[in-house]
Ligand binder design. Structure first.
Ligand code: CUA
Length: 338
């Protein structure tokens, strides 16, 4: 089969794949479905540059096809065509048009670049969040509110969220496609970013810098709530959890085995994810469904779920010191952390 025939045969397949790939994907994880002003403006820039490029391609190919047909060599015609090298008119045309196109692209790009890099970290109306990236989880602290959480960021809708981003170990990158971004987090260097959500919804976030074995599992979420619901959440985070009698054995085991890394009050950041409000979260470790079975699985051997993370295995079969009964007691306790 000739190369050309092969190409024509593959073309429908490529077209179907293109449609499938553009159609797939999570709507809460798409820069093409913006849910805030920053993401909308960034999508506008993407569309603008795409339209300009498509316009140039169409015009150039149209001229190319026209010239190919109109000025092709005809039988018996051996004359030399008119030579146009050094034509001022042509040179001006093909210099001025690209300059104009670049200006159309440059003016909004430069203005939005400055707008989006504005630092709101001293702004009194903004909600301030300090983000610390760890292998392989995210810590979110609200310095003005005196609370901290992990993996699931909660923000009020329609408010500017001013981020101060840093890494506790290697380079990571913070990205919430529906809201805009993204920005690197580096050890010792504080980067800034602001985002805003227009909708009450939960959006997916990802780490977008290759940072180790579980880079692809370093997921987080951003939940935008109404101001009233956000305030209620903050108050709940500040209130101490009450531990029922049935979970007291688990609490003791937790204090013995887990407390040196995991804080359970919202003010302690700690070296491992803060578990205040853990029972109300939707995900476990950012990737697993929030079920008692998965909690037990995680405590038994976290390396199986997220290779390379810093939590040791606690299950006896994985070399740890807790039996299944003890792990279940801890799970019972974790479910009371509201
Ligand atoms: Cu953190 Cu990739």
């Amino acid at each position: 089969m000739s190369q050309l025939k092969k190409f024509w045969r593959l073309l429908p397949l490529l077209a179907v794949m293109t449609f499938m790939l553009t159609g797939c994907g999570d709507p809460t994880l798409s820069a093409l479905k913006p849910k805030g002003p920053v993401a909308s403006e960034q999508l506008f820039l993407m569309k603008l540059s795409l339209f300009i490029m498509v316009f140039v391609v169409i015009v150039v190919f149209a001229i190319y096809a026209y010239v190919l047909v109109r000025y092709r060599k005809r039988a018996g015609d051996n004359s030399i065509p008119k030579q146009v090298e050094g034509s001022h008119v042509l040179e001006i045309i093909w210099t001025v048009i690209p300059i104009l196109l670049l200006l159309v692209l440059a003016v909004p790009t430069v203005s939005y670049t400055f707008k989006h890099s504005k630092n709101y970290n001293q702004d009194k109306d903004a909600v301030h969040v300090k983000v610390t990236a760890h292998q392989f989880w995210w810590q979110f602290e609200y310095p003005d509110l005196g609370i901290a959480t992990a993996q699931e960021l909660v923000v009020p809708k329609d408010k500017i969220i001013a981020f101060d981003l840093v890494s506790a170990d290697v380079a990571h990158a913070f990205w919430v496609p529906s809201l805009g971004g993204k920005v690197d987090t580096n050890p010792g260097i504080h980067n800034t970013l602001y985002l805003q959500a227009d909708e009450i919804a939960t959006f997916q976030g990802r780490c977008t810098e290759l940072c180790g074995a579980s880079h692809a599992l370093m997921n987080f979420t951003v939940t935008a709530k109404s101001q009233a619901d956000f305030d209620a959440w903050v108050n709940k985070m500040k209130a101490p959890a009450t531990v029922p009698a049935t979970a007291q054995k688990g609490e003791e085991l937790f204090k013995e085995n887990c407390m040196s890394c995991h804080a359970v009050n919202a003010s302690g950041p700690g070296v491992a994810p803060n578990l205040k409000g853990f029972a109300d979260r939707d995900t476990l470790a950012g990737i697993l469904e929030h079920t008692p079975e998965n909690m037990a699985l995680w405590i038994h051997n976290p390396q199986e779920q997220k290779p390379g993370n810093k939590m040791p295995a606690f299950g006896k079969e994985a070399g740890g010191k807790l039996d299944d009964g003890q792990i279940n007691e801890i799970v019972k306790y974790l479910q009371t952390l509201k």
